[in-house]
Structure formats: C-alpha cells, structure tokens
Write a protein that binds this ligand. Sequence first.
Ligand code: ADP
Ligand code: ZN
Length: 203
Amino acid sequence: MNFAKGGLGWIEVVCGPMFSGKSEELIRRLRRAEIARQRVQIFKPGLDQRYSEDHIVSHSDLKIRSEAVKNASEVMARVDLRTEVIGIDEAQFLGMEMVDVAVRLGDMGKRVIIAGLDTDYLGRPFHPMPELLAIADEITKALAICVQCGNPAKHTQRLVASEDLIVVGAAGMYEARCRRCFEPDLASVKSTPASASKQTAQA
Ligand code: ADP
Ligand code: ZN
C-alpha cells in the first residue's frame, strides 16, 4: 500500500518461492493502480517465456500485459517519464543493476513494485533480491504450501538434475516445499540412478 503523497517515490518488493503468489500479488497491485487511472508499465525478463512473451501469467492464470526485457538497463531505457507505477516480475533474472535502477526510479518519484524469488534451488539467497529487499520501502514475503506435507513452504524444490542456477521451469520441474521436506540434493547431477528415479516419480 502506498500512502505516500506528492509524488514521493516508493519501492515495494514481493518475494518468496515459486507458487507463493508473487505474480498474483503483483498483478493485483498493478490492476488497482490501473483502476486508479495511473500510468503503469510492466516488465519481465525475456528468458521467462513459459506462458507468454507479452504477459505476466500467474500459476492461477491471472494475466497482465508486460514488456519483455533482457536486463535492468533495458527497464531504465524503456520507462516513459510520464509513467507513475512500474511493475517488474522475476527480478532475480535481471542482474545486480536492478538495484541501482530501482533506486533511480524511486528517486524520480515512481512507485516501483518488484516481485522475485528470494532463494535459489539450493536455498541460497538469489541476487539481486536480498539487495532489493534492503533498499525497499516495503517488503512482503509470501509462502507457498508444501506439496508433500501441507505446511507453509519457503523453498523452491527443483525436481530435475541440473546445477545451473537458471533452469527455466515448465510444469513438473519445480514444486514448493517446506523447510523439512526440502531436498536440495535432488537437483544434484551427481545423484544416483536410484534418486533419479525418485525424481521422476515425484515430477
Ligand atoms: P509465483 O509468482 O509466486 O510463482 P503465482 O502467483 O504464479 O506464484 O501462483 C500462485 C497460485 O499457484 C496460487 O494461488 C495457487 O492457485 C497455485 N498453486 C499451485 N501450487 C501451489 C502450492 N504448492 N502452494 C500454493 N499455491 C499453489
Ligand atoms: Zn513439507
């Protein structure tokens, strides 16, 4: 919620694992800004083309139109000076420059709403999200539901063996897990054939 008056810039960050409702929350805030007749621009990284090149699409099928960008500098280059609200999804893919860009946009008086994964497939902080949380005016940490036990889930479980930081997920490649059910070793390429068949069974 932005209570700021007189064009004071404002940075909101929504973080959490996959399936925690980050995109839904981002879309909800942006729709409300549109209802308030504010000028809105929405960006997402071009590499995430799972559902649509020109829309952000939530796992629950909410959609909002967006522009695909390669990195944070391209966000800066594309922002129209008249834009009042800027939405950015999957910010963990836009590079460390995203931090400076967010601060610059905030200092220009824009409301900036950023969503992204706070941890990677091994549970490590996923840059630049920790830095974005530090420079934000307001933060929201969302949780998903653990698909194994129903507890609140803070982790994104990768179900395929790959040690690449970025493996853009189609359905069945990731799921939400709680702290207890999280198994970072499942994603290890060194996993045994026995654990590989376990992965297939769970996917
Ligand atoms: P995110 O952007 O964080 O990946 P989305 O906003 O795209 O999340 O999707 C959230 C929606 O995903 C939920 O409202 C729910 O309908 C659906 N969903 C599917 N699996 C889960 C899960 N394990 N936990 C919570 N929501 C889930
Ligand atoms: Zn669990």
